[in-house]
Design a protein around this ligand. Structure first.
Ligand SMILES: [Zn+2]
Length: 539
């Protein structure tokens, strides 16, 4: 469901409601929407009483009510609940046949729906949305870190374990108390979803990190996927907002051309003397565009169709990976920044966050630098797990070809010989599993395919090379691939990829390689990071 399908009362009806001093009953406060709506009502000064069919022990997001004064009835909707309330909120997930509607009608209570909540409680504070394929989480987490460090309090959904890109989470979160909202806006690829978030949150700022192939199932082409990501740009244009975008990405430049974007914008990029990596991705003209790459999918480019690199408004130069430092030249000034996190991809993430800190948070370079010094990365992004036999162990959430290549390239640059444990099952099927290997090869010393699907892809590649049917040399592949003792079984059809046991088995095989660092990548590596951490502590 998206906002377009939400029903609501007319403005006239809503204006005629007497809300002053009234008590709201909220059904389903243990669910995402019920929880957030209850808190939105309380943050707007109303008394709220909640109910939920579940028991208190099973109420997943109960902790988020810790600082609120709310009475909750668990296990059903008792008569005392109806005696106390003037209005009732029912979540959209509640079927029309639910028995609670009988009670509501018997007690003659006015029902408010989600669409009514959005109209009654408009977003009060500025909103920035962070979108793109890779780097969203780091950029969002860093920008929030800078905000807190500058005594600015962003709204928080406080729903433990939720990623926050379900469309109603940002839309309700922006209606909670806080100075402003910093939102990571993902999409499952469904057209309309992202635009609806922009409309419901009334976002005036956005950062677009990069657009690279990912989640390309359902026969969707890369350019179709880019158009879905482009809803962020359309939303900003319609709201007269400001778009902060990565100008080193030809897909983004093509998108802005395609949409005839004429709104406010701030572009950014990196200035590197030389790069020796050439990459390709589909261009808007249907040909492949050649990129002299800085990170996978971003760099310098010039296509016959007119899509070509242009120097951005903000450019990071004098880049030292060793010192994690760079000079950021802006239209008004220049400043030497130093990060506490590694890698060129993180310089992109940091520059996006720095620009937003200047124009959206109104902070000075010195204030921003102070915060950068204490930011050690988002969970699951180049996150250290410990050390075994003198080898550093890390995890990273990377799960699409560009993300994988970027991480492995940066890791090798910084730590030298390294081994990757791939726990991914690609969302794009076997073609995607193959592309992930293709993007890993040449950027890392050894590869342990630890998920069922990456193992299948690696074995297939090895067989094809034996018959000279692929560009890879058989001996090179045999040296690079390190297989676990037994072939991993198919444990899950979802994107999780590998089981906890398969991740640890992969790590054990990786420990037999002669390298300085082992990085486990994919959703499973992230999910099972506690097991990886305890493995490191006990070995
Ligand atoms: Zn082109």
């Amino acid at each position: 469901m998206n906002s377009l399908e939400l029903s609501s009362k007319s403005d006239e009806e809503l204006n005629s409601l007497e809300l002053e001093g009234k008590t709201f009953g909220v059904i389903g406060v243990c669910g995402i929407i019920g929880n957030l709506v209850a808190r939105v009502l309380m943050d707007n000064g109303y008394s709220v009483i909640g109910t939920d069919m579940s028991n208190e022990a099973d109420c997943r997001f109960k902790d988020s009510f810790d600082n609120y004064d709310i009475e909750i009835f668990y296990g059903g909707h008792p008569k005392t609940f109806f005696d106390k309330i003037d209005y009732i909120f029912v979540p959209p997930s509640l079927p029309e046949t639910a028995k609670v509607f009988d009670f509501i009608h018997e007690n003659n209570v006015t029902i408010l729906e989600l669409g009514d909540i959005f109209k009654l409680f408009p977003v009060k504070n500025p909103v920035i949305c962070i979108g793109g394929t890779n780097g969203k989480t780091t950029t969002t987490t860093l920008l929030k870190h800078i905000a807190y460090s500058g005594d600015i309090t962003p709204t928080e959904h406080n729903l433990k374990g939720m990623q926050g890109n379900n469309e109603f989470i940002p839309s309700l979160q922006t209606r909670l108390n806080g100075d402003l909202s910093i939102l990571e806006t993902g999409t499952d690829g469904t057209p309309g979803g992202l635009k609806s978030i922009l409309d419901l949150t009334n976002a005036g700022y956005a950062i677009l990190t990069n657009i690279t192939p990912d989640h390309l199932d359902k026969g969707q082409s890369f350019i179709d996927y880019a158009k879905v990501k482009g809803e962020l740009v359309q939303g900003i244009q319609e709201h007269n907002g400001t778009l902060i975008y990565n100008a080193d990405d030809p897909t983004i430049i093509g998108l802005l051309n395609h949409l005839n974007y004429t709104g406010n914008s701030i572009s950014f990029g990196l200035d590197l003397d030389s790069t020796d990596s050439t990459g390709y991705k589909p261009c808007w003209c249907n040909k492949d565009i050649e990129i002299n790459e800085i990170i996978s999918g971003c760099g310098r480019f010039n296509c016959d169709c007119g899509i070509k690199y242009k120097k951005p408004d903000y450019i990071a130069t004098n880049i030292s990976l060793k010192d994690k430092s760079f000079t950021l030249i802006s239209p008004d000034d220049q400043y030497d920044f130093t990060l506490a996190i590694d890698g060129l991809h993180n310089i992109y993430n940091a520059v996006g966050a720095i620009i937003a800190s200047k124009v959206f948070l109104n902070l000075s370079n010195d204030q921003i630098q102070k915060a950068l010094s204490t930011f050690h990365g988002a969970d699951g992004r180049m996150q250290s797990m410990g050390e075994v036999n003198g080898k550093k162990i890390m995890i990273d959430y990377a799960h699409n070809p560009a993300g994988v290549q970027t991480i492995l390239t940066e890791i090798t640059k910084i730590y030298g010989d390294s081994t990757v444990v791939i726990t991914v099952t690609s969302e794009s099927g076997s073609k995607g599993d193959f592309e992930i290997l293709d993007h890993a090869l040449g950027h890392i010393k050894h590869i342990v395919p630890a998920s069922h699907d990456s193992r299948i892809a690696a074995e297939k590649l090895l067989n094809l090379s034996k018959e000279n049917k692929v560009a890879y040399d058989y001996n090179y592949l045999s040296d690079t691939f390190v297989f676990t003792p037994t072939s991993p079984e198919q444990k899950t059809k979802s994107t999780l990829g590998a089981s906890e046991e398969q991740v640890i088995t992969g790590l054990k095989s990786a420990l037999k390689t002669d390298v300085n660092l082992i990085i486990c990548i994919g959703e499973a590596a992230f999910k099972f990071s506690p097991a990886i951490k305890s493995f490191c502590e006990n070995n």
